[in-house]
Design a protein around this ligand. Structure first.
Ligand SMILES: *Cc1c(COP(=O)(O)O)cnc(C)c1O
Length: 431
């Protein structure tokens, strides 16, 4: 596989962009390689500048439930561009998308569009703090909620990969009110509420963590969280930027049967366009400007092109609910195949799967929280990654992420991928 053009472009990119990339994980630095520059994509595949094809399991880190640019999704966007790209005035399609989200998400009554997941969580926290008149928030180690100051504490993939627990440039005072607790640890959660419950504005959680590799909350953990938040008057925020519309059409409330007070979205609701959203119960969202006093705004928020893509993606998921069971079955088969191979190779590693998300942890299971993840053998993962890349398979270039499967990954793709993973495991161990 030739990477000449990507290498040259990377060289040029580093002259103008920090590290040559606009989001750190894209640099492939964590796996000791340099990035592939994408030229185009189709279905389950991306093609780089040198013309190499890859089966893509990054899938833009989550938005592409149906793979790259399916015809039905992009059809009509040219006409839309001709009409106009942005107005700074309301359009009807924003209402349609908001309605889709509100109808799909149990307990959600109002939703506000923003431009990224980071904005969504940042804004939700502001509203929750205003609503409760409290400052402290609780997050869980290994969960990532975007890069706003208050949430850059013991975050997930990008930061974990580079081993920075918190970032320079974030004042101590800003994170002083951010408490952290261990994921899936009910005793610690209860103790945290016993000490700080009356001061907690919000608890924010990835119900299915994707940013330390895939780890699902246990039902008991989420139920305890729900009960404690209700008891103490704390706002429970589900960060559904990955899990929203992915684990279930009704997102986490559909999957776990538990409703938060607020929810944050991104990724899938924009189908690859820059979109985020946050919403919640009427009483809480009534605080948001211009109805209430909490300021939050966006020049490009609810952008018509982004809304158009989001609307089509959500409608498709709503109208073909079998997408979820089909993916579950297909990806479940892959996970099972991987576990069988691990057994045969006598490798004591762990495969976590939730729906269309899979992480092969290079560590003995069970993997239930950040500390478990930290036991992973990164050197071996890096060799595994490199071998997969050579075989034309792109997985996230970090142990602390999920493979994103899509509807576009066909049976042949899946079979090839499983074989490639087995070969990569052998290569990584010199077998
Ligand atoms: C990706 C992600 C975010 C941040 O979204 P951006 O659009 O990258 O700002 C927040 N929370 C979770 C759970 C995410 O996976």
């Amino acid at each position: 596989m030739n990477h000449e053009k990507s290498a040259a472009m990377y060289e040029e990119a580093t002259q103008y962009i920090p590290g040559g990339v606009n989001s750190p994980v894209r640099a492939f630095k964590s796996v000791g390689l340099t990035p592939v520059f994408v030229e185009r994509s189709e279905g389950s595949r991306v093609y780089d500048l040198d013309g190499n094809a890859y089966l893509d399991y990054i899938c833009s880190w989550g938005p592409l439930m149906f793979g790259h640019s399916p015809e039905w999704l992009t059809a009509g966007i040219e006409d839309l561009v001709k009409k106009g790209t942005s107005y700074g005035l309301p359009t009807a399609i924003e209402v349609e998308v908001a309605k889709l989200i509100v109808k799909a998400y149990p307990g959600l009554e109002k939703v506000r569009m923003v431009n990224s997941g980071t904005e969504a969580t940042m804004s939700a926290l502001r509203v929750a703090r205003a609503y409760t008149g409290r400052n402290k928030i609780l997050k869980f180690e290994g969960c990532y909620h975007g890069h706003s100051d208050a949430l850059l504490v013991k975050s997930g993939s990008g930061l974990m990969t580079y081993g920075v627990p918190t970032s320079p440039g974030v004042p101590d005072e800003v994170v002083r009110d951010t408490l952290t607790s261990t994921y899936n640890d009910i005793k610690q959660l209860e103790a945290m509420f016993q000490t700080h419950g009356d001061e907690l504005a919000a608890v924010i959680v990835e119900t299915v963590a994707g940013n330390m590799g895939v780890i699902s909350s246990t039902l008991e953990f989420l139920q305890t969280m729900r009960d404690l938040c209700t008891k103490y008057g704390t706002v429970l925020i589900f960060d559904e930027v990955i899990s929203g519309f992915r684990v279930h059409y009704n997102s986490s409330p559909g999957y776990f049967g538990i409703e938060p007070d607020m929810a944050c979205f991104g990724k899938i609701i924009g189908a690859g366009m820059p979109v985020g959203a946050y919403g919640g119960k009427e009483e809480i969202m009534a605080l948001v400007s211009p109805v209430g006093p909490v300021y939050q705004a966006g020049t490009l928020s609810g952008n018509p092109l982004a809304m158009y893509m989001g609307k089509k993606n959500l409608e498709r998921l709503r109208d073909y609910p079998e997408v979820y069971s089909t993916l579950e079955e297909k990806v479940g088969g892959f996970a099972k195949g991987l576990r069988t191979a691990l057994k045969e190779l006598e490798l004591d590693y762990t495969v976590n799967q939730v729906g269309s998300l899979v992480t092969l942890f290079f560590a003995k299971g069970p993997i239930e929280n950040y500390n478990d993840v930290m036991r992973a053998d990164i050197e071996t993962f890096n060799r595994y990654f490199a071998s997969l890349l050579k075989q034309g398979i792109l997985i996230p270039p970090t142990q602390y992420e999920a493979m994103f499967f899509s509807v576009a990954h066909g049976d042949e793709d899946m079979a090839y991928t499983l074989q490639a993973c087995i070969r990569a495991l052998k290569e990584a161990h010199g077998l």
